[in-house]
Design a protein around this ligand. Structure first.
Ligand code: UGA
Length: 446
Protein backbone atom coordinates (compact mmCIF):
# COMPACT_ATOMS: atom_id res chain seq x y z
CA UNK A 1 0.00 0.00 0.00
CA UNK A 2 1.30 3.49 -0.88
CA UNK A 3 2.35 5.47 2.17
CA UNK A 4 0.39 8.72 2.46
CA UNK A 5 2.42 11.85 1.77
CA UNK A 6 2.48 14.36 4.59
CA UNK A 7 2.77 18.11 4.95
CA UNK A 8 3.38 19.98 8.19
CA UNK A 9 2.46 23.66 8.60
CA UNK A 10 4.58 25.34 11.28
CA UNK A 11 7.97 23.95 12.22
CA UNK A 12 8.44 24.74 15.91
CA UNK A 13 9.25 21.86 18.28
CA UNK A 14 6.05 19.94 17.60
CA UNK A 15 5.96 20.50 13.83
CA UNK A 16 9.61 19.75 13.18
CA UNK A 17 9.68 16.64 15.38
CA UNK A 18 6.52 15.36 13.68
CA UNK A 19 8.03 16.06 10.24
CA UNK A 20 11.40 14.47 11.02
CA UNK A 21 9.79 11.55 12.88
CA UNK A 22 7.62 10.70 9.86
CA UNK A 23 10.48 11.27 7.38
CA UNK A 24 12.76 9.01 9.42
CA UNK A 25 10.18 6.23 8.97
CA UNK A 26 10.18 6.61 5.19
CA UNK A 27 7.22 8.96 4.72
CA UNK A 28 7.65 11.79 2.20
CA UNK A 29 7.17 15.03 4.12
CA UNK A 30 6.89 18.69 3.15
CA UNK A 31 7.55 21.15 5.99
CA UNK A 32 6.09 24.62 5.46
CA UNK A 33 6.68 27.73 7.57
CA UNK A 34 6.34 31.49 7.14
CA UNK A 35 9.91 32.04 8.40
CA UNK A 36 12.40 31.78 5.47
CA UNK A 37 15.38 31.57 7.84
CA UNK A 38 13.97 28.51 9.62
CA UNK A 39 13.29 26.77 6.30
CA UNK A 40 16.75 27.63 4.95
CA UNK A 41 18.32 25.97 7.98
CA UNK A 42 16.03 22.94 7.79
CA UNK A 43 16.90 22.39 4.12
CA UNK A 44 20.57 22.46 5.15
CA UNK A 45 19.83 19.76 7.74
CA UNK A 46 20.20 22.07 10.75
CA UNK A 47 17.35 22.40 13.29
CA UNK A 48 16.55 26.05 14.14
CA UNK A 49 16.74 25.19 17.89
CA UNK A 50 18.82 22.92 20.14
CA UNK A 51 17.34 19.47 20.63
CA UNK A 52 19.34 16.27 21.23
CA UNK A 53 19.26 13.76 18.31
CA UNK A 54 17.21 16.00 16.06
CA UNK A 55 20.13 17.37 14.04
CA UNK A 56 21.33 13.91 13.02
CA UNK A 57 17.84 12.67 12.09
CA UNK A 58 16.99 15.87 10.23
CA UNK A 59 20.22 15.71 8.21
CA UNK A 60 19.53 12.05 7.35
CA UNK A 61 15.97 12.84 6.26
CA UNK A 62 17.08 15.70 4.01
CA UNK A 63 19.85 13.57 2.51
CA UNK A 64 17.46 10.70 1.86
CA UNK A 65 15.11 13.11 0.07
CA UNK A 66 12.26 12.35 2.50
CA UNK A 67 11.94 15.89 3.82
CA UNK A 68 11.73 19.19 2.01
CA UNK A 69 11.18 22.64 3.52
CA UNK A 70 9.13 25.29 1.71
CA UNK A 71 8.34 28.90 2.63
CA UNK A 72 4.74 30.00 2.96
CA UNK A 73 3.26 27.82 0.21
CA UNK A 74 0.30 26.13 1.86
CA UNK A 75 -1.32 25.50 -1.53
CA UNK A 76 1.68 23.41 -2.65
CA UNK A 77 1.82 21.64 0.73
CA UNK A 78 -1.85 20.63 0.46
CA UNK A 79 -1.84 19.88 -3.29
CA UNK A 80 1.17 17.58 -3.17
CA UNK A 81 0.26 15.58 -0.05
CA UNK A 82 -2.60 13.52 1.42
CA UNK A 83 -2.47 14.62 5.06
CA UNK A 84 -1.63 18.07 6.46
CA UNK A 85 -0.62 18.58 10.09
CA UNK A 86 -1.12 22.04 11.58
CA UNK A 87 1.46 22.77 14.29
CA UNK A 88 1.51 26.56 14.42
CA UNK A 89 1.98 28.41 17.71
CA UNK A 90 -0.85 29.45 20.02
CA UNK A 91 0.85 32.00 22.30
CA UNK A 92 -0.75 33.47 25.44
CA UNK A 93 -2.63 36.76 25.37
CA UNK A 94 -2.36 39.05 28.43
CA UNK A 95 -5.62 37.61 29.87
CA UNK A 96 -4.25 34.04 29.66
CA UNK A 97 -6.43 33.00 26.73
CA UNK A 98 -4.67 31.81 23.56
CA UNK A 99 -3.92 33.85 20.45
CA UNK A 100 -5.62 32.14 17.49
CA UNK A 101 -4.35 34.31 14.63
CA UNK A 102 -1.84 31.70 13.37
CA UNK A 103 -4.43 28.92 13.53
CA UNK A 104 -6.96 31.14 11.75
CA UNK A 105 -4.60 32.06 8.95
CA UNK A 106 -3.38 28.45 8.53
CA UNK A 107 -7.03 27.30 8.38
CA UNK A 108 -7.92 29.93 5.74
CA UNK A 109 -4.89 29.04 3.63
CA UNK A 110 -5.62 25.31 3.83
CA UNK A 111 -9.30 26.00 3.03
CA UNK A 112 -8.29 27.93 -0.11
CA UNK A 113 -5.98 25.10 -1.18
CA UNK A 114 -8.74 22.51 -0.58
CA UNK A 115 -10.96 24.36 -3.06
CA UNK A 116 -8.65 23.24 -5.86
CA UNK A 117 -8.08 19.71 -4.65
CA UNK A 118 -10.04 16.86 -6.25
CA UNK A 119 -8.97 13.98 -4.01
CA UNK A 120 -9.83 13.43 -0.32
CA UNK A 121 -7.50 15.38 1.99
CA UNK A 122 -7.10 15.12 5.75
CA UNK A 123 -6.08 17.93 8.07
CA UNK A 124 -4.84 17.17 11.56
CA UNK A 125 -4.68 19.92 14.19
CA UNK A 126 -1.65 19.30 16.40
CA UNK A 127 -1.35 22.81 17.86
CA UNK A 128 -2.53 23.08 21.47
CA UNK A 129 -5.96 24.71 21.19
CA UNK A 130 -8.72 25.10 23.77
CA UNK A 131 -11.84 22.90 23.52
CA UNK A 132 -14.09 24.00 20.69
CA UNK A 133 -11.39 25.59 18.52
CA UNK A 134 -11.17 22.89 15.84
CA UNK A 135 -14.96 22.68 15.53
CA UNK A 136 -15.75 26.40 15.78
CA UNK A 137 -12.71 28.12 14.23
CA UNK A 138 -10.89 25.67 11.92
CA UNK A 139 -13.88 23.86 10.42
CA UNK A 140 -15.87 27.00 9.44
CA UNK A 141 -12.74 28.52 7.83
CA UNK A 142 -12.23 25.35 5.76
CA UNK A 143 -15.85 25.25 4.56
CA UNK A 144 -15.98 29.01 3.91
CA UNK A 145 -12.79 29.09 1.85
CA UNK A 146 -13.14 25.76 0.03
CA UNK A 147 -16.91 25.88 -0.55
CA UNK A 148 -16.81 22.17 0.28
CA UNK A 149 -18.06 20.03 3.16
CA UNK A 150 -16.01 18.50 5.94
CA UNK A 151 -16.77 14.80 6.28
CA UNK A 152 -17.61 14.53 2.59
CA UNK A 153 -14.84 16.23 0.62
CA UNK A 154 -12.17 16.27 3.27
CA UNK A 155 -11.37 15.01 6.76
CA UNK A 156 -10.55 16.74 10.03
CA UNK A 157 -8.85 15.42 13.18
CA UNK A 158 -7.46 16.86 16.40
CA UNK A 159 -4.38 14.96 17.56
CA UNK A 160 -2.61 16.56 20.56
CA UNK A 161 1.12 16.17 21.06
CA UNK A 162 2.74 15.11 24.34
CA UNK A 163 6.47 15.39 23.54
CA UNK A 164 8.89 17.01 25.98
CA UNK A 165 11.65 19.39 24.97
CA UNK A 166 15.02 17.81 25.53
CA UNK A 167 13.73 14.36 24.55
CA UNK A 168 11.40 15.52 21.79
CA UNK A 169 12.59 13.17 19.07
CA UNK A 170 12.50 10.04 21.25
CA UNK A 171 9.07 11.05 22.56
CA UNK A 172 7.84 11.34 18.95
CA UNK A 173 8.93 7.76 18.24
CA UNK A 174 7.79 6.32 21.60
CA UNK A 175 4.48 7.80 22.69
CA UNK A 176 2.59 6.62 25.81
CA UNK A 177 -0.68 7.06 23.93
CA UNK A 178 -2.10 8.50 20.73
CA UNK A 179 -5.22 10.63 21.05
CA UNK A 180 -7.33 10.95 17.90
CA UNK A 181 -10.27 13.33 18.04
CA UNK A 182 -12.15 13.18 14.76
CA UNK A 183 -15.02 14.98 13.07
CA UNK A 184 -16.23 11.71 11.56
CA UNK A 185 -15.28 8.03 11.47
CA UNK A 186 -13.49 8.20 8.11
CA UNK A 187 -11.17 10.98 9.35
CA UNK A 188 -10.31 9.04 12.51
CA UNK A 189 -9.76 5.78 10.58
CA UNK A 190 -7.43 7.55 8.13
CA UNK A 191 -5.26 8.93 10.94
CA UNK A 192 -5.33 5.67 12.89
CA UNK A 193 -4.06 3.82 9.79
CA UNK A 194 -1.20 6.31 9.50
CA UNK A 195 -0.16 5.71 13.13
CA UNK A 196 -0.44 1.91 12.77
CA UNK A 197 2.09 2.16 9.94
CA UNK A 198 4.27 4.73 11.78
CA UNK A 199 4.56 2.86 15.10
CA UNK A 200 4.31 -0.64 13.61
CA UNK A 201 5.22 -3.16 16.40
CA UNK A 202 5.40 -0.40 19.02
CA UNK A 203 1.88 0.90 18.60
CA UNK A 204 0.80 2.66 21.83
CA UNK A 205 -2.84 2.62 23.04
CA UNK A 206 -5.00 4.72 20.72
CA UNK A 207 -7.84 6.78 22.20
CA UNK A 208 -10.57 7.64 19.68
CA UNK A 209 -12.82 10.52 20.69
CA UNK A 210 -14.43 13.82 19.70
CA UNK A 211 -12.51 16.93 18.60
CA UNK A 212 -13.24 18.80 21.85
CA UNK A 213 -12.36 15.89 24.13
CA UNK A 214 -9.01 15.51 22.34
CA UNK A 215 -8.36 19.22 22.82
CA UNK A 216 -9.19 18.97 26.53
CA UNK A 217 -7.02 15.85 27.06
CA UNK A 218 -3.94 17.91 26.19
CA UNK A 219 -4.78 20.67 28.69
CA UNK A 220 -5.88 18.22 31.39
CA UNK A 221 -2.60 16.28 31.04
CA UNK A 222 -0.40 19.36 31.30
CA UNK A 223 -2.50 20.79 34.14
CA UNK A 224 -2.19 17.48 36.05
CA UNK A 225 1.60 17.50 35.69
CA UNK A 226 1.79 21.15 36.73
CA UNK A 227 -0.44 20.30 39.71
CA UNK A 228 1.91 17.48 40.76
CA UNK A 229 4.83 19.96 40.68
CA UNK A 230 3.04 22.66 42.67
CA UNK A 231 1.79 19.98 45.07
CA UNK A 232 5.27 18.63 45.81
CA UNK A 233 6.60 22.20 46.09
CA UNK A 234 3.89 22.84 48.69
CA UNK A 235 5.06 19.75 50.61
CA UNK A 236 8.65 21.04 50.21
CA UNK A 237 7.65 24.35 51.78
CA UNK A 238 6.06 22.46 54.70
CA UNK A 239 9.20 20.29 55.07
CA UNK A 240 11.34 23.41 55.44
CA UNK A 241 9.43 24.27 58.64
CA UNK A 242 9.92 20.81 60.16
CA UNK A 243 13.36 20.00 61.62
CA UNK A 244 14.81 16.88 59.98
CA UNK A 245 12.18 16.63 57.22
CA UNK A 246 13.26 16.06 53.61
CA UNK A 247 10.87 16.38 50.64
CA UNK A 248 13.01 14.03 48.53
CA UNK A 249 12.37 11.14 50.88
CA UNK A 250 8.70 12.08 51.13
CA UNK A 251 8.42 12.11 47.31
CA UNK A 252 10.23 8.78 46.91
CA UNK A 253 7.95 7.08 49.41
CA UNK A 254 4.82 8.69 47.94
CA UNK A 255 5.86 7.72 44.43
CA UNK A 256 5.98 4.03 45.32
CA UNK A 257 2.22 4.11 45.72
CA UNK A 258 1.08 3.06 42.25
CA UNK A 259 -1.92 5.37 42.49
CA UNK A 260 0.45 8.35 42.84
CA UNK A 261 3.47 7.40 40.69
CA UNK A 262 7.01 8.66 41.10
CA UNK A 263 7.34 11.01 38.11
CA UNK A 264 6.93 14.78 38.29
CA UNK A 265 7.40 14.83 42.05
CA UNK A 266 10.76 16.63 41.93
CA UNK A 267 10.49 19.65 44.20
CA UNK A 268 12.41 22.69 43.02
CA UNK A 269 12.05 26.26 41.81
CA UNK A 270 8.83 25.50 39.91
CA UNK A 271 7.88 24.79 36.32
CA UNK A 272 8.80 26.92 33.31
CA UNK A 273 8.91 26.41 29.56
CA UNK A 274 6.58 27.17 26.71
CA UNK A 275 3.83 24.78 27.79
CA UNK A 276 2.86 24.40 31.46
CA UNK A 277 2.63 28.12 32.34
CA UNK A 278 0.76 28.94 29.12
CA UNK A 279 -1.51 25.90 29.19
CA UNK A 280 -2.54 26.25 32.86
CA UNK A 281 -3.41 29.92 32.21
CA UNK A 282 -5.34 29.02 29.04
CA UNK A 283 -7.31 26.26 30.80
CA UNK A 284 -8.23 28.70 33.58
CA UNK A 285 -9.32 31.34 31.04
CA UNK A 286 -11.26 28.84 28.93
CA UNK A 287 -12.95 27.29 31.95
CA UNK A 288 -14.00 30.74 33.21
CA UNK A 289 -15.33 31.58 29.74
CA UNK A 290 -17.46 28.42 29.97
CA UNK A 291 -18.73 29.65 33.37
CA UNK A 292 -16.68 27.58 35.84
CA UNK A 293 -13.98 29.00 38.11
CA UNK A 294 -11.24 26.32 38.46
CA UNK A 295 -9.87 27.45 41.85
CA UNK A 296 -7.47 24.50 42.14
CA UNK A 297 -5.62 25.65 39.02
CA UNK A 298 -5.38 29.23 40.35
CA UNK A 299 -3.52 27.80 43.35
CA UNK A 300 -1.22 25.71 41.12
CA UNK A 301 -0.22 28.90 39.32
CA UNK A 302 0.09 30.92 42.52
CA UNK A 303 2.47 28.39 44.14
CA UNK A 304 4.56 28.31 40.96
CA UNK A 305 4.86 32.08 40.83
CA UNK A 306 6.23 32.31 44.37
CA UNK A 307 8.52 29.28 44.24
CA UNK A 308 11.57 30.73 42.36
CA UNK A 309 11.75 33.75 44.64
CA UNK A 310 12.60 31.43 47.52
CA UNK A 311 16.11 31.15 46.08
CA UNK A 312 16.55 34.90 46.64
CA UNK A 313 15.10 34.64 50.18
CA UNK A 314 17.62 31.90 51.00
CA UNK A 315 20.46 34.14 49.72
CA UNK A 316 19.27 36.94 51.99
CA UNK A 317 19.06 34.61 55.00
CA UNK A 318 22.75 33.81 54.55
CA UNK A 319 24.17 37.10 53.26
CA UNK A 320 21.81 39.73 54.67
CA UNK A 321 21.67 42.74 52.37
CA UNK A 322 22.47 41.63 48.79
CA UNK A 323 23.69 45.02 47.57
CA UNK A 324 26.99 44.51 45.73
CA UNK A 325 27.05 40.76 46.55
CA UNK A 326 28.20 38.51 43.75
CA UNK A 327 25.71 35.71 43.04
CA UNK A 328 26.59 32.78 40.76
CA UNK A 329 23.69 31.25 38.84
CA UNK A 330 24.25 27.69 37.64
CA UNK A 331 21.80 27.08 34.79
CA UNK A 332 19.56 29.37 32.76
CA UNK A 333 17.47 27.10 30.51
CA UNK A 334 13.99 26.17 31.81
CA UNK A 335 15.25 22.59 32.12
CA UNK A 336 18.33 20.59 31.05
CA UNK A 337 18.96 19.56 27.42
CA UNK A 338 17.41 22.65 25.90
CA UNK A 339 18.45 26.26 25.27
CA UNK A 340 14.84 27.39 25.69
CA UNK A 341 14.36 30.10 28.30
CA UNK A 342 10.67 30.79 27.83
CA UNK A 343 9.18 31.28 31.32
CA UNK A 344 12.46 29.93 32.76
CA UNK A 345 12.44 30.17 36.55
CA UNK A 346 15.72 32.04 36.37
CA UNK A 347 13.96 35.12 34.95
CA UNK A 348 12.12 36.13 38.17
CA UNK A 349 15.26 35.19 40.14
CA UNK A 350 17.45 37.53 38.06
CA UNK A 351 14.90 40.34 38.22
CA UNK A 352 14.61 40.09 42.01
CA UNK A 353 18.39 39.82 42.56
CA UNK A 354 18.94 42.92 40.41
CA UNK A 355 16.25 44.76 42.37
CA UNK A 356 18.15 43.89 45.57
CA UNK A 357 21.37 45.31 44.06
CA UNK A 358 23.21 42.00 43.61
CA UNK A 359 25.79 41.38 40.87
CA UNK A 360 25.04 38.29 38.81
CA UNK A 361 27.38 35.94 37.00
CA UNK A 362 25.56 33.16 35.14
CA UNK A 363 26.52 30.02 33.30
CA UNK A 364 24.59 27.51 31.21
CA UNK A 365 26.05 24.87 28.85
CA UNK A 366 23.83 25.93 25.91
CA UNK A 367 21.53 28.85 26.79
CA UNK A 368 24.01 31.76 27.13
CA UNK A 369 23.17 33.23 23.70
CA UNK A 370 19.44 33.12 24.45
CA UNK A 371 20.08 34.69 27.88
CA UNK A 372 22.06 37.53 26.31
CA UNK A 373 19.00 38.36 24.21
CA UNK A 374 16.92 38.51 27.42
CA UNK A 375 19.18 40.16 29.99
CA UNK A 376 21.76 41.94 27.78
CA UNK A 377 24.46 43.56 29.88
CA UNK A 378 22.45 43.58 33.09
CA UNK A 379 24.26 40.40 34.16
CA UNK A 380 27.64 38.80 33.43
CA UNK A 381 28.08 35.53 31.58
CA UNK A 382 30.68 32.92 32.51
CA UNK A 383 32.38 30.53 30.10
CA UNK A 384 32.27 27.57 32.49
CA UNK A 385 30.81 26.54 35.85
CA UNK A 386 34.19 27.16 37.52
CA UNK A 387 34.43 30.61 35.97
CA UNK A 388 30.89 31.32 37.22
CA UNK A 389 31.66 30.31 40.81
CA UNK A 390 34.96 32.21 41.09
CA UNK A 391 34.82 34.77 43.95
CA UNK A 392 31.04 34.42 44.33
CA UNK A 393 29.34 35.16 47.65
CA UNK A 394 26.62 32.59 47.00
CA UNK A 395 25.71 30.11 44.27
CA UNK A 396 22.19 29.10 43.22
CA UNK A 397 21.70 25.84 41.34
CA UNK A 398 18.84 26.78 39.00
CA UNK A 399 18.86 24.09 36.26
CA UNK A 400 19.92 20.51 36.96
CA UNK A 401 22.37 20.02 34.06
CA UNK A 402 24.34 16.75 34.62
CA UNK A 403 27.71 18.59 34.61
CA UNK A 404 26.68 20.58 37.71
CA UNK A 405 26.16 17.36 39.66
CA UNK A 406 29.90 16.71 39.37
CA UNK A 407 30.94 19.89 41.21
CA UNK A 408 32.33 18.66 44.56
CA UNK A 409 32.09 20.56 47.88
CA UNK A 410 35.87 21.14 47.66
CA UNK A 411 35.40 22.88 44.28
CA UNK A 412 32.79 25.25 45.70
CA UNK A 413 35.10 25.98 48.66
CA UNK A 414 38.15 26.53 46.47
CA UNK A 415 36.45 28.82 43.95
CA UNK A 416 33.97 30.88 45.93
CA UNK A 417 34.70 33.79 48.23
CA UNK A 418 32.00 32.52 50.52
CA UNK A 419 30.87 28.89 50.08
CA UNK A 420 27.09 29.41 50.31
CA UNK A 421 25.25 26.94 48.08
CA UNK A 422 21.51 27.00 47.41
CA UNK A 423 20.28 23.83 45.76
CA UNK A 424 17.16 24.86 43.85
CA UNK A 425 16.69 21.46 42.20
CA UNK A 426 17.79 19.00 44.88
CA UNK A 427 20.75 17.49 43.00
CA UNK A 428 23.28 17.56 45.85
CA UNK A 429 23.44 15.14 48.78
CA UNK A 430 22.54 17.23 51.84
CA UNK A 431 24.81 15.26 54.18
CA UNK A 432 27.99 15.61 52.11
CA UNK A 433 27.40 19.17 50.92
CA UNK A 434 25.77 20.27 54.16
CA UNK A 435 28.73 19.21 56.28
CA UNK A 436 31.29 21.13 54.21
CA UNK A 437 29.41 24.18 52.91
CA UNK A 438 26.81 26.66 54.05
CA UNK A 439 24.08 24.69 52.36
CA UNK A 440 20.34 25.27 51.89
CA UNK A 441 18.10 23.18 49.67
CA UNK A 442 14.46 23.34 48.62
CA UNK A 443 12.36 21.14 50.90
CA UNK A 444 14.97 20.43 53.54
CA UNK A 445 14.09 21.10 57.18
CA UNK A 446 16.94 22.42 59.29
C1 UGA B 1 5.60 19.48 28.86
C2 UGA B 1 4.99 18.08 29.03
O1 UGA B 1 5.79 17.28 29.89
C3 UGA B 1 4.82 17.39 27.67
O2 UGA B 1 4.16 16.15 27.83
C4 UGA B 1 4.01 18.29 26.75
O3 UGA B 1 3.88 17.72 25.45
C5 UGA B 1 4.71 19.63 26.62
O4 UGA B 1 4.83 20.23 27.93
C6 UGA B 1 3.88 20.50 25.71
O5 UGA B 1 2.75 20.83 26.07
O6 UGA B 1 4.29 20.75 24.56
P1 UGA B 1 8.11 20.40 28.55
O7 UGA B 1 7.53 21.77 28.72
O8 UGA B 1 9.04 20.16 27.42
O9 UGA B 1 6.93 19.30 28.37
O10 UGA B 1 8.92 20.06 29.86
P2 UGA B 1 8.78 19.15 31.16
O11 UGA B 1 9.81 18.11 31.15
O12 UGA B 1 7.39 18.69 31.35
O13 UGA B 1 9.16 20.20 32.30
C7 UGA B 1 8.41 21.40 32.52
C8 UGA B 1 8.90 22.15 33.71
O14 UGA B 1 8.57 21.45 34.91
C9 UGA B 1 10.43 22.35 33.77
O15 UGA B 1 10.69 23.68 34.17
C10 UGA B 1 10.89 21.36 34.82
O16 UGA B 1 12.06 21.77 35.47
C11 UGA B 1 9.70 21.36 35.76
N1 UGA B 1 9.58 20.13 36.57
C12 UGA B 1 9.34 18.93 35.96
C13 UGA B 1 9.68 20.18 37.95
O17 UGA B 1 9.89 21.27 38.54
N2 UGA B 1 9.54 19.04 38.68
C14 UGA B 1 9.29 17.84 38.11
O18 UGA B 1 9.16 16.83 38.85
C15 UGA B 1 9.20 17.78 36.72
Amino acid sequence: MRKPQISVIGVGYVGLCTAVGLASKGFKVIACDIDPEKIRKINQGVPPFFEPELQEKLAESIKAGNLQGIVNQTDKAVKETDITYVAVGTPSKPDGSIELQFIESAASNIGQALKHKDSYHMTVIKSTVVPGTTQNVVLPAFERESKKKVGKDFGLCMNPEFLRQGSAFQDTLNADRVVIGSFDKKSGDTLEALYKDFYSQRLPPIIRTTLSTAELIKYASNAMLATKISFINTIANICEKIPGADVKVVATAMGLDKRIGSLFLDAGLGYGGSCFPKDVKALIACSKAFGYDPELLDSVEHVNKKQPLKAVEFCKQHLGNLKGKKIALLGLAFKPDTDDMREARVIPIVNQLLKEGAKINAYDPVAIQVAKGLFGEKIEYASSANDCLRNADAAILVTEWPEFKKIAPADFKKLMRNPVLIDGRRIYDPETYGSELTFTAIGLGK
